[in-house]
Write a protein that binds this ligand. Structure first.
Ligand SMILES: *[C@@H]1O[C@H](CO)[C@@H](O)[C@H](O)[C@H]1NC(C)=O
Ligand SMILES: *[C@@H]1O[C@H](CO)[C@@H](O)[C@H](O)[C@H]1NC(C)=O
Ligand SMILES: *[C@@H]1O[C@H](CO)[C@@H](O)[C@H](O)[C@H]1NC(C)=O
Length: 341
């Protein structure tokens, strides 16, 4: 079914990093710094090239701060997760967030839809939709704030596989280019529910191959919009702040969720069950593709991110499930929704 229109939008404040980084030139040459070689190796490993010397110096300074943060965190050693030096290591947390996390959050607590899984009583203790072939390989949104499109596409790919038997990688770029008449604004942000709305009106979505990802706002290619590889008939919101309801939904299909992914721990998450720190200022769209119980009995949600496979556990994060706060860790239970066949 289609939702009513009484959405209460709260524009998400975007902290764009406008030259806030002051960098003090030191007389000491970079080469004398013990971390210089480490930075060089990291640049080679991740194919980083800096055009100007001052840019390299600035990035090196940020890199060092991040390395120190990660090492200090891992050395404390009493957390269930580890941080790692990934391809985001030369970005401050502000820069990192500004370029990627643009879920334009709104309160959908007032938008009550049918919840088709309400009466589900039997849920497995663990679910992994990847093992059922309902999850495409991890994608990479790059420096475009269209996490909302990746989140909506992941759950749409899931329901399409579960109803047709075919796993088809679908086009985020079509949402970025063509879903522009409502609240969704391509790389500048959007909402998963609005993406579902677009897919319904558009009579489906093209394949990734037909309408490939560019990572920038483009013009809607009408030729491609004509072909729809997967359709949905509607979408539903999971009752808010209810992890048990979320579990019922995820037991039946991959689900789109919004989370607060603004912290440094999220930026550098490497492995284990993530237990924070994060708040509930929803700024990022991802997809829950399963759940389970970790080595130390910590329950988790299995979350597919869109930051490439170098981040986290091959592009995934296991986030603590069943926390004391009803919003769930990082607000994961605040705005879940899923498309219906
Ligand atoms: C373990 O982590 C907590 C914070 O979660 C901290 O307060 C505590 O000091 C740490 N314990 C040790 C032994 O490092
Ligand atoms: C749940 O069960 C109640 C009572 O049998 C029924 O009225 C309701 O329609 C069911 N809801 C769903 C979503 O299936
Ligand atoms: C639109 O898609 C068609 C078919 O793939 C392609 O041939 C054409 O170049 C695209 N047009 C633009 C403007 O990208």
């Amino acid at each position: 079914m289609v939702m009513n229109n009484q959405l209460h939008y709260i524009p998400f404040a975007l902290f764009l990093c406008l030259g806030l980084l002051s960098f003090q030139a030191t007389s000491r040459t970079l080469q004398n710094d013990p971390m210089y070689e480490m930075h060089e190796q990291w640049m080679v490993q991740h194919g980083k090239v800096y055009k100007a010397a001052h840019e390299k110096q600035k990035r090196f300074g940020i890199f060092k701060e991040n390395v120190n943060y990660i090492e200090a965190f891992n050395n404390v050693g009493n957390k269930s997760y580890k941080l790692g030096l990934n391809h985001f290591a030369d970005l401050t947390n502000h820069e990192f967030i500004a370029a990627r996390n643009k879920f334009n959050g709104y309160l959908h607590g007032s938008i009550i839809t049918t919840f088709k899984y309400k009466n589900v009583s039997d849920v497995p203790s663990a679910v992994d939709w990847r093992q059922e072939g309902a999850v495409t390989p991890v994608k990479n949104q790059g420096q475009c704030g269209c996490c909302w499109a990746f989140s909506a596409v992941a759950s749409t790919e899931g329901i399409h596989k579960l109803t047709t038997g075919n796993l088809v990688s679908l086009s985020e770029q079509e949402l970025v280019d063509c879903d522009t008449n409502g609240e969704d604004q391509g790389c500048e942000g959007g909402l998963m529910d609005d993406a579902f709305e677009f897919i319904i009106q558009n009579n489906g979505l093209s394949t990734e191959a037909e309408y490939p990802y560019q990572g920038v706002d483009g013009t809607c290619n009408k030729t491609e919009v004509g072909s729809s590889a997967a359709t949905i008939s509607g979408y539903e919101n999971v009752p808010v702040n209810d992890e048990q309801a979320l579990q019922k939904a995820v037991a039946n299909q991959p689900v789109s969720v919004a989370i607060d992914a603004s912290g440094s721990d999220f930026q550098f998450y490497k492995s284990g069950v993530f237990t924070g720190s994060c708040g509930t200022e929803l700024d990022h769209g991802v997809a829950v593709v399963g759940y389970g119980v970790g080595e130390d009995e910590t329950e988790y949600w299995l979350v597919k991110n869109s930051w490439g496979t170098q981040w986290g556990e091959e592009g995934y994060i296991r986030m603590q499930r069943g926390v004391d706060a009803s919003e769930g860790l990082c607000g994961i239970a605040m705005q879940p929704s899923y498309p219906t066949a």
